[in-house]
Design a protein around this ligand. Structure first.
Ligand code: NAP
Length: 449
């Protein structure tokens, strides 16, 4: 194939696996754009800081960005100063890899009370995302409720349960986050599943970690582990579900160790209202019963849990991109085998990751997903003569529009600055959360060259 230039919008795992797949083909030049000065998307700003093995995937993703035919352009956002048409003009194809950036809501009274947040906000804050307000969270509550029993709920419950000392030692969390965690007064963390134990979404490895915490006991009520025929069938056919239920049954029998915090794993309860006047004081839950099909029905009986902090962890949602088709119902970009579907049938745009398939699957799921999209893209390009696109074209355009591009060297400077901050206090890295500080770190080294 003659030389072609591709733009990938988003430098998280899905965008980088797409860039990797593309760069395996000779003559394919890839620019990976990100609105942030830093690459890696949800790996940097979503994966829990204490999940070190998962975080080490950064080494693999770094290699993709270091490929000679791949270029990182940070600080570049599709929007006012860069349109889809601009990208179409400067590249032979565009791949959208923008993930699912916002949370879903519960739609119940009291959800907007102070003290009620989305897990997405909390995760962004403790991961040092530049968009998160530094003083957004105080953990001066006694009781916290986490709604949902997926892996994100497990992440936030675990971060709330650990001591700041444990997290300081092992993670790159910023000082302002550790200061708040240091003052964390929460003793009880309630994770609430609306369906039964056999329908919980968390994976066993993640669940298991809750039982190994030095500072928290896990509390499970055996009465909430009831199983119906549908649950038994799932347990028989799904190893993850079987192991989850076995673990929960074991915990329901285990005596508590008197640790400082408790994580209560609750099932068969749906939040129906957040209570309180000036701030959240409790959560009203309706008891559910299994309906024999994997679902539940409400019983009409309710119970109130005290809670001064509520984090809803009920899934992510994709956001529309300006000028790009969007399926509002599913919150994804409509596509066929990765090719974006437009009413006018125009080709040349592609999609990967959560904004393609919805917020499901683990990071590795994005590899197969990227393969499908890139196969479609390359087959389309075989049939289209490449345009005469220059590498500098987009840089000149962004320059004219006043966009400061953070290059790979700029990111390496940020990376070095974070490691230096860490070295000064005996840690591997301390994350810089402030956007201006990130840009200053990027520019400091560039100016010395
Ligand atoms: P998720 O796995 O879809 O879990 C969402 C949870 O919210 C479910 O328990 C769901 O219950 C519940 N829920 C949804 N709407 C609700 C409502 N109105 N009221 C009460 N509960 C409600 O989503 P996630 O935890 O955000 O995770 C997203 C993806 O990232 C998943 O694929 C996950 O595995 C992945 N992830 C992986 C890791 C890891 O590997 N360590 C870490 C974090 C995230 P129902 O099942 O009843 O709908």
């Amino acid at each position: 194939m003659a030389d072609v230039r591709i733009a990938v919008v988003g430098s998280g795992p899905s965008g980088l696996y797409a860039a990797d797949e593309l760069s395996r083909h000779g003559g394919v030049w890839v620019d990976v754009l990100d609105r942030l000065p830093c690459p890696y998307g949800l790996l940097r700003y979503g994966v829990a800081p204490d999940h070190l093995k998962m975080k080490s995937l950064e080494i693999t993703l770094r290699r993709i960005l270091e490929h000679p035919e791949v270029r990182f352009l940070g600080g570049v956002e599709l929007g006012d100063r860069l349109s889809v048409d601009d990208l179409r003009e400067h590249y032979d194809a565009v791949v959208y890899a923008t993930g699912a950036a916002v949370d879903r809501t519960l739609g119940i009274p009291g959800e907007d009370l102070p003290g009620s947040f989305s897990a997405t906000e909390f995760v962004a804050w403790y991961c040092g995302h530049p968009d998160a307000e530094v003083d957004r969270f105080t953990l001066d509550a006694t009781s916290a409720v986490v709604v949902g029993v997926g892996n994100v709920a497990v992440d936030v419950a675990r971060v709330l349960a650990k001591t700041a000392a444990e997290l300081r030692e092992k993670t790159d969390m910023s000082d302002h986050v550790l200061d708040v965690l240091d003052a964390n007064t929460i003793t009880d963390i309630h994770m609430i599943g609306r369906r039964g134990a056999a329908q919980a979404k968390f994976t066993t490895k993640e669940l298991q970690e809750l039982g190994e915490l030095a500072n928290a006991d896990v509390v499970v009520d055996p009465a909430e582990l009831v199983l119906d025929e549908a649950s038994e069938q799932t347990i028989g056919s799904d190893r993850k579900v079987r192991r989850n239920v076995e673990l929960l049954q074991e915990w329901a029998q285990r005596p508590q160790q008197g640790r400082a915090r408790r994580i209560h794993l609750r099932f068969l309860h749906s939040p129906v209202a957040l209570l309180g006047t000036d701030r959240v004081e409790g959560v009203e839950l309706e008891r559910n019963e299994l309906d024999g099909t994997g679902g539940v029905r409400g019983t009409g009986s309710t119970v109130t849990l005290p809670a001064e902090l509520v984090l809803r962890s009920v899934g992510y949602r994709g956001l529309p991109l300006p000028g790009v088709p969007f399926d509002e119902r599913r919150a994804v970009i409509p596509h066929e085998a990765g090719r974006v579907l437009r009413d006018d049938g125009r080709a040349g745009e592609y999609v990967v990751g959560w904004i393609k398939r919805g917020p499901t699957g683990v990071i590795g799921t994005n590899k197969g997903d990227a393969k499908e999209t890139v196969a479609t893209l390359l087959a389309d390009l075989e049939a289209t003569p490449p345009g005469d696109h220059k590498a500098d074209g987009i840089i000149e355009l962004l320059d004219r529009r006043g966009v400061t591009v953070v290059t790979w060297q700029g990111w390496e400077a940020i990376d070095a600055a974070e490691q230096a901050l860490g070295a000064a206090v005996g840690r591997n890295r301390v994350k810089i959360a402030d956007r201006d500080e990130l840009l200053a770190a990027a520019e400091a080294v560039l100016n010395r060259r």
